[in-house]
Design a binder for this molecule. Structure first.
Ligand SMILES: [Zn+2]
Length: 390
């Protein structure tokens, strides 16, 4: 295909704790097939199990503008001691291991690479709100997905309808390259002289959350999105049913996400139902209080040990995304039920009661917080009209 339809991007990332090569590649939009063949090529010299926190992953990603397909042109793992393991895409479109290091500018100090302008892995915006938060955020060229994510993080703490006014300020640090919805590393809003600021942190059990500087979760008693990496494919309310064809009340929110993605308990509670439930397919319902329950439908599989009467804690895996029952493709149907009646999960006011990190995790969080704060200092802010100085 003509070169003009391709864009390429150089990426360097520092491997974090618990990261896998497969996960890092697919997070960047690399197909599972390519990720698998890259790993297979590397295996004779570098086992993916030896990937450790602090290693560097560098690659050049080609994106075909027409198809949106992303393929690494080359990829290299740097394990320190000048050890490098590299693969590249050959003329046949297959990955092959190469003895030599691939041509990506060297980075003795990983963070210094992030200072570069447009191709930097991270972007930062900081501005004063002119009309509405949403408008002012878009005026900073923030991708709508990032603005939505920011709203999601901050809305546990801030009522955007009532509390946010002209003259308030916000800041966001984010990555443009994340294929996932978790591209926001830092979200801040200063309103009524109060600063609401949250840092992204992945706990060692793999859960991504947002925490204030003291390590208190932004999430209150409920997770609004009980699967990670999902986007909403159908909202709560009346809609034309994709299979039945007529207008019908949609009693929950649908999150489109790959089959097999773990589904988390949105809050602690007791399993009330776990099994087949007609159009819902494989289904789990958790009772959280006398009045409040959450329900999860179309699972491919219910997690082991999840059965009526069993207690679960927030964030525990209860099942996996599938397409069982009346469903057109893999997604999670998620409901919040108040006294047996479905309410809009995106609107439902979440009760306070924040989750705190254990001492060990808190120490890890502080490290990540310092890293994010360092990035905030290093990355220049876009200078749109509404920007303010640090
Ligand atoms: Zn649904």
């Amino acid at each position: 295909m003509p070169e003009s339809t391709k864009t390429s991007e150089e990426i360097r990332l520092i491997v974090g704790k618990g990261d896998t090569l497969y996960g890092l590649l697919t997070d960047k939009g690399v197909s599972p097939l390519d990720a698998t063949s890259i790993i297979r090529e590397l295996k004779p010299v570098f086992s993916p199990r030896n990937l450790k926190s602090g290693h560097i992953l560098a690659m050049t990603l080609n994106r075909n503008q027409a198809t949106g397909i992303i393929r690494p042109r080359n990829m290299e793992i740097r394990t320190g001691n000048s050890k490098r393991y590299a693969v590249r895409l050959n003329g046949k479109g297959e990955y092959e291991r190469i003895g030599k290091s691939v041509k990506i500018a060297s980075i003795p100090r990983p963070l210094s690479a992030l200072r570069s302008g447009g191709t930097s892995r991270y972007s930062r915006a900081r501005a004063r709100i002119q009309s509405s938060f949403y408008q002012s955020a878009l005026a900073q060229d923030l991708p709508p997905g990032i603005v939505n994510k920011m709203t999601g993080i901050l809305s546990y703490d801030v009522d955007f309808q009532r509390e946010v006014n002209r003259g308030d300020t916000f800041e966001v640090l984010y990555t443009r390259q994340s294929a996932k919805d978790n591209g926001v590393l830092y979200a801040e809003l200063v309103t009524n002289r109060k600063k609401h600021a949250f840092y992204r942190f992945k706990t060692p059990d793999g859960m991504v959350g947002y925490y204030n500087k003291n390590g208190e979760s932004a999430q209150k008693a409920f997770m609004r999105t009980p699967v990670s990496g999902a986007r909403i494919t159908s909202r709560f309310g009346r809609r034309k049913h994709p299979i039945l064809g007529y207008t019908k009340m949609h009693t929950g929110v649908d999150f489109g996400v790959a089959r097999g993605t773990p589904i988390y308990a949105a809050a602690s509670g007791t399993i009330q139902k776990a099994g087949w439930a007609g159009g819902y397919g494989k289904y789990v319902r958790i009772q959280h209080s006398k009045k409040l329950a959450t329900a999860y439908g179309h699972m491919s599989r219910i997690a082991r040990g999840i059965r009526p009467g069993k207690k679960v804690s927030q964030g525990q895996i209860i099942g996996y995304v599938g397409s069982t029952g009346r469903s057109t493709g893999p997604h999670l149907h998620y409901e919040i039920r108040l006294s047996g009646k479905p309410v809009n999960p995106m609107r439902y006011k979440l009760a306070k009661g924040s989750k705190k990190l254990s001492r060990k995790w808190l120490a890890l969080f502080k490290k990540e917080k310092s890293r994010i704060d360092r990035l905030r200092k290093q990355i220049p802010v876009a200078t749109n009209i509404a920007s303010i100085r640090n």
